[in-house]
Every structure is written in C-alpha cells, then in structure tokens.
Design a protein around this ligand. Structure first.
Ligand code: ATP
Length: 284
C-alpha cells in the first residue's frame, strides 16, 4: 500500500517577536499561510520494522536528522507501530529558506502515516505531536491561514487572504534561524507589525490592505547581516510587486502580485540575477 502527501511551503504575512521567554524561546505573533510550492512525499509499507528515507535531492540529510524520519519515529513509538515505512521525498521547496520545508515534510509524514497505519489520530493530537518536532509543524498539519502565538505552536485559524500570485526568490546564502533570533533585540524595533490589523485586512478580503499590513521584525537582523536580501527586496518593489516581505528568518523574499500580467516581468527581472525564483499561486 502507498500513500501520497503534498507538503506545501509557508510564508509569514506578518511576524512580530514580543519578548524572549524564560525557556529561551521567543514569544511570537505570526500570520501564516501556504503557497502552491510543495514537496511530494510517497510513503510505502516495508516488511521490516525500519524507517528508510530517500530523496532526489542530494543536499538534505537522509538519516535521523531528517524531520520526516523524526516524525515517523515519533508516531511509531507513541502508537506502538511495529511495521516499517519507506518515505520518498521529492523536494521542491528550497532548504533553509524560511519556508518551513522541513516542518511541512514532518507534518505531511504525520498525516500520511496516520492514514497508512489507520491510526485515526485527530488533527489536534497530530498537532501536539508535531509541536515536539518544531514550532512550525503544528501549523503545517492543517495548513490554511492562521494566527500563531506562543513559540508559534498556538494556532487560531482565520480565513484565507484574497487569491493572488506569490513570487519567491531565494538568494544563494544559508541563514540560521537560531542565529537570527539570537541577534534580535526587540528594543531596537521602531515599528511592530499588527496581527489585529492584518487579520482585519484579511477579513475585509482587501488585497491592498493585506499588502499594507505586511511586516516582519526579523528583517531588522537579516537585512543588515545579508545586504543581498535587501537588494532582492528593492528589486522586487522596483519591478512592481504589490507587497514585498522576507519570509520567516529569511533569506527568501516573497512578493504578492494581484495582476497576472505583471508576473512574467517580475519573474524574468529577478531571474536576471537570482537563480532560485518561483511564481506560484497562494493556496486558498
Ligand atoms: P523554518 O522556516 O521552519 O526555519 P527553513 O525553511 O528555514 O525552516 P528547512 O528547509 O526546514 O528550513 O531546513 C532547515 C534544516 O533542516 C536544514 O539544515 C536541513 O538540512 C534540515 N532538514 C531536516 N529534514 C529536512 C527535510 N525534510 N527537508 C529539508 N531540510 C531538512
């Protein structure tokens, strides 16, 4: 028996960091949604009690460091499953990009194995399992659009933003999420984005208001460390994207575009100097 799952990338329409907690994590407020750029996972039962990961991508770990492996091990242990599984990862989401690719693979693994092994675990419980693997995993279980608080694991679902094009560009640098959070100083932030205002913009289904409320306080750190991310933002704005923001801790920059007629020009303009560019639809 084989099960297929799609693991889409997430973007943050807004990201605010409130303060550092006693446990070392930061208290955040984020509105996240998904885009139609996705990894595909194929899960098949193995006769032996083992977890085997394969991928066409030569640049990700295939051992217990892989988040899909960790998700499979967690669900197997917690529900005492004695059969093995082969998970093939067809990677499309750029790695270490601020798009939660690994987290989405982990979530897709939990969803897929829940079906493959007929465990009937409710979403809420899958989300609790996911929180043990990473802060973005609970959101990736159900996807859609949500306000995430706490360290990102407390979710309040909300309506999807108005449909539009999303152009993503990843400069060829690796950004460590831990390093960005480590350097973040909330007292240096002049303007915090507002989750309440972004939520209202989404409820109004106003594309212009959504673009106007976009903000990510982590840009303050990443753009200073990596000027190429700032250049990418400037280029996207110059080429005519309606709202431009860095996703997560970066380095991927995304632009929201309402008119299809603008998409090719922005895409081609960026491709002139950036190898990894994608033009996709918002997943609504
Ligand atoms: P986030 O936005 O949650 O910080 P990210 O998009 O920046 O995530 P990922 O693509 O999830 O980062 O990869 C981060 C690290 O996790 C990489 O160093 C990678 O080697 C490792 N990793 C483990 N499992 C996976 C996986 N299934 N896919 C991609 N990377 C993985």
């Amino acid at each position: 028996m084989k099960i297929y799952e799609k693991a889409p990338a997430k973007i943050n329409l807004m990201l605010d960091v409130l303060h550092k907690r006693r446990d070392g994590f930061h208290e955040v407020e984020m509105i996240m949604t998904m885009v139609d750029l996705a990894d595909r996972l194929e899960m098949s039962e193995l006769p032996r009690d083992t977890i085997f990961i394969s991928s066409q991508a030569g640049y990700i770990p295939l051992d217990e460091k892989n988040l899909a492996f960790q998700a499979a091990r967690l669900i197997k242990e917690r529900y005492d499953v004695r059969t093995g599984v082969h998970i093939h990862l067809d990677k499309k989401i750029p790695v270490a990009a601020g798009l939660a690719g690994g987290s989405s693979d982990a979530a897709a693994t939990l969803r897929g194995l829940n079906r493959l092994w007929r465990l009937n675990i409710p979403d809420q419980e899958l989300q609790e399992l996911g929180a043990e693997l990473g802060s973005d995993v609970p959101f990736c279980i159900t996807g859609g659009t949500a306000l995430a608080t706490g360290r990102g694991e407390k979710l309040t679902p909300m309506p999807n933003p108005p449909q539009c094009w999303v152009i993503l560009a990843k400069p060829p640098i690796n950004v460590s999420t831990a390093d960005v959070y480590g350097r973040f100083r909330s007292d240096k932030i002049v303007r915090h984005p507002s989750a309440a205002k972004m939520e209202q913009a989404i409820r109004n289904q106003s594309f212009t208001e959504v673009c106007g409320q976009m903000g990510n306080v982590l840009e303050d750190v990443t753009l200073k460390l990596y000027p190429e991310v700032q250049h990418l933002k400037d280029a996207m704005i110059r080429l005519g994207a309606d709202g431009v923001l860095m996703s997560g801790s970066g380095p991927t920059v995304f632009g929201l575009v309402s008119k299809e007629s603008k998409v090719a020009r922005i895409y081609n303009g960026l491709r002139g100097f950036c190898k990894e560019v994608y033009a996709v639809r918002m997943l609504t």
